[in-house]
Design a binder for this molecule. Structure first.
Ligand code: NAD
Length: 191
């Protein structure tokens, strides 16, 4: 039995939650009492995870680069639970190509998922979090965010949310937190 129920009654969105670290986050937050919206492009994996977690999780198909999809996720949270407390901007793609082989299109793909996506998310949830009296936004980044690695030129802007997204916070929503953290398996939420 998990003893930490500090998120009882809270509602969380976890993007890219169908597998990997996002799925681990979904299990962790639901164990701590939160109702979790697992969102991803991967419907089968996402549905299977929500069946495993049980009635405290629901899957929503969601492309984080699509603003209408973001509106749908937030509407679903409010429709089901009437509030929104946590956003984990976890969805991301890893991209590794030598600089001189990289195309503008490839670079833009990385930016769309790993930087524009979190921006759209923060913008989309801000009103609902404000109405809920505040919330927490966690942007999953990478240790590659603040420094360069050979042959992974898009990695730094991929994790531009290290330096950019933390500057966007839901206004007038104290107590709030907005943080970008390197990808690592640590407890995410402190209220
Ligand atoms: N695993 C690592 O070593 C590592 C290192 C650095 C950063 N990260 C970051 O941590 C996060 C989680 O990593 P992971 O290893 O669990 O990755 P993963 O690839 O297992 O999971 C990422 C999830 O994001 C989803 N996704 C991708 N594009 C999407 C889109 N447009 N809309 C919605 N969902 C989308 C994928 O379907 C996938 O389920 C990612 O943001 C990743 O960039 C991971």
């Amino acid at each position: 039995m998990h003893e930490d129920r500090s998120l009882e009654g809270r509602v969380a969105i976890i993007t890219g939650g169908a597998r990997g670290q996002g799925a681990a986050d979904a299990r962790l937050l639901s164990c701590a009492g939160a109702f979790v919206l697992v969102t991803d492009l991967l419907e089968d994996e996402g549905q299977a995870l929500c069946r495993e977690i049980g009635e405290s999780a629901v899957f929503v198909r969601h492309d984080v680069t699509n603003d209408e999809d973001w509106q749908n996720v937030v509407s679903t949270a409010l429709g089901l639970k009437g509030r929104l407390d946590v956003l984990v901007n976890n969805a991301g793609i890893h991209w590794s190509k030598p600089l001189r082989e990289e195309s503008v299109e490839g670079f833009e793909t990385v930016l769309a998922v790993n930087l524009i996506g979190p921006f759209l998310g923060i913008r989309a949830v801000s009103g609902a979090m404000e109405q809920s009296g505040g919330g927490s936004i966690i942007n999953i980044s990478s240790t590659a965010g603040p420094r360069a690695f050979r042959d992974t030129p898009p990695t730094a802007p991929q994790n531009g949310d290290y330096g950019v997204c933390p500057r966007w916070r839901p206004p007038n929503s104290a107590p709030s937190a907005s943080a970008s953290i390197p990808s690592c398996p640590v407890p995410l939420i402190r209220r």
